[in-house]
Design a protein around this ligand. Structure first.
Ligand SMILES: *Cc1c(COP(=O)(O)O)cnc(C)c1O
Length: 421
């Protein structure tokens, strides 16, 4: 089946019948080219651990403009490996935002660390650096180990500011950039800093879940410029296994399985080809080759997708100009990757249900993490994060994805205007 044609047919039927399929808040776009890339890989010698992984990693590094990329099975695995590579230990305190997908915080818990939430800035919806500073100043140096800022909705965090603060307190930074491939902020030298480029954060992570900008089905990527962290990540991605003669801890005699007396050249015995060592407790967090092929194929359209997202955002903004539900970051913002287009509505449930009745599936991002029953068990309660909690009462993510047609967006806009009239 030709997917491009199918989309065109869908548009056509809308125009003719005024009959629209369901409009989600986000969705993937799979083209004929993507399908061919996957099929080609399925017919090749490798389903996993083949050449497509390295190709995808290299292309992705090129896209964000950094040194190393490590493809993994999903964004959550990426976060877990980052926390492990940075050696998060039992009791280590790490700061993150409550307005994010739970995985941003959970990775700290996987390692036994303690999640400390800091409130958002009500204008940007991002982790408020002033609140982070207050936390850091209120405790002796060394209390906190790291910060996990999130480029929420696609708006890039000012990581230069976070880096300066982190340096004062000797903290690492993991940038959760799941919403922001292609996003950037402008630094103090008026230079464009791409999300995930590793100039300020130690590590950055991305997700290739179908609602994200690039879809692999499931998939994730870690980017870094740090040689040591890169090696650690490669090792942890595959069970903690090392295959490098310079790094082995067991003796070559052991590896060969012979008594020293029977080794041909006992002065410099070498490790046999089959040998490898598990030196750390790692995982199997690999991406498959056919997913990587899909990722590479999708990545080729990333810029076009981003341009379309910006257009959709600009149209919403133009149509809703002056409306009081346009708040915070819903205006056009430099470097915004527009993963989400969030409005803040007084009677949110009413609009949400009205849109559903019209086959428009807006969504809520996010229920504040600190008020999830799991995190309440750690003592977090209502009132702890007033801005995040107030944001949650009103936020609504409107449909935002590159294949949203003009007709579909017009329909969404018309229905929202109808609700408020
Ligand atoms: C999607 C997402 C994740 C997790 O990614 P998965 O690939 O679904 O595991 C983490 N953080 C944020 C902000 C996300 O949006």
């Amino acid at each position: 089946m030709n997917f491009e044609n199918r989309n065109k047919e869908a548009d056509q039927s809308f125009k003719v019948a005024g009959n629209l399929g369901p409009i989600p808040y986000g969705r993937q776009n799979i083209t004929e080219e993507d399908i061919q890339a996957v099929i080609e890989t399925l017919k090749s010698d490798y389903l996993t651990q083949g050449p497509k992984i390295a190709e995808f990693e290299e292309a992705f590094s090129g896209y964000v403009g950094n040194k190393y990329a490590v493809a993994v099975s999903n964004g959550t695995a990426a976060l877990h490996l980052c926390a492990m590579a940075l050696n998060v230990q039992e009791g280590d305190k790490v700061i993150t935002t409550p307005i994010t997908f739970a995985a941003s915080a959970n990775c700290v818990r996987y390692c036994g660390g303690e999640v400390v939430f800091a409130d958002i800035d009500p204008q940007t919806y991002l982790l408020d650096i002033k609140k982070v500073r207050e936390l850091l100043e209120a405790s002796p140096k060394g209390t906190y180990k790291g910060i996990i800022p999130v480029d929420f909705a696609g708006r890039a965090v000012d990581l230069e500011a976070f880096r300066n603060l982190a340096n004062e307190y000797d903290l690492w930074i993991i940038e959760d950039s799941c919403h922001a491939p292609g996003g950037h902020f402008i630094d103090s030298n008026a230079k464009k800093q791409n999300c995930g480029n590793g100039n300020f954060a130690d590590l950055a992570i991305f997700s290739f879940h179908p609602v994200k900008h690039i879809a692999c089905g499931e998939g994730g990527m870690i980017t870094t410029n740090d040689d040591k962290l890169y090696e650690k990540l490669l090792q942890l991605r595959t069970h903690g296994i090392v295959k490098d003669e310079g790094k082995y801890k067991n003796t070559p005699e052991f590896a060969i399985g012979l008594d020293e007396s029977r080794i041909p050249n006992p002065e410099s015995p070498i490790y046999p080809n089959w040998y490898m060592e598990m030196q750390d407790l790692g995982y199997n967090y690999r991406l498959t080759d056919f997913q990587a092929a899909l990722g590479s194929s999708q990545l080729k359209r990333a810029d076009r997708g981003l341009a379309k997202r910006k257009e959709i955002a600009a149209t919403y903004l133009k149509e809703f100009k002056g409306k009081d539900f346009i708040k915070g970051q819903s205006g056009v913002v430099e470097g915004h990757a527009y993963h989400l287009y969030v409005i803040e509505v007084e009677y949110r449930l009413g609009l949400y249900n009205f849109l559903r009745e019209n086959n428009i599936f807006a969504q809520i991002h996010y229920i504040p993490c600190h008020l999830m029953p799991y995190y309440r068990e750690f003592g977090w309660k209502e009132g702890d994060m007033p801005h995040a909690e107030n944001y949650y009462k009103h936020c609504l993510s409107l449909p935002m994805y590159p294949t949203l047609t003009n007709d579909e967006q017009e329909f969404v806009i018309r229905k929202i205007k109808e609700f408020f009239s």
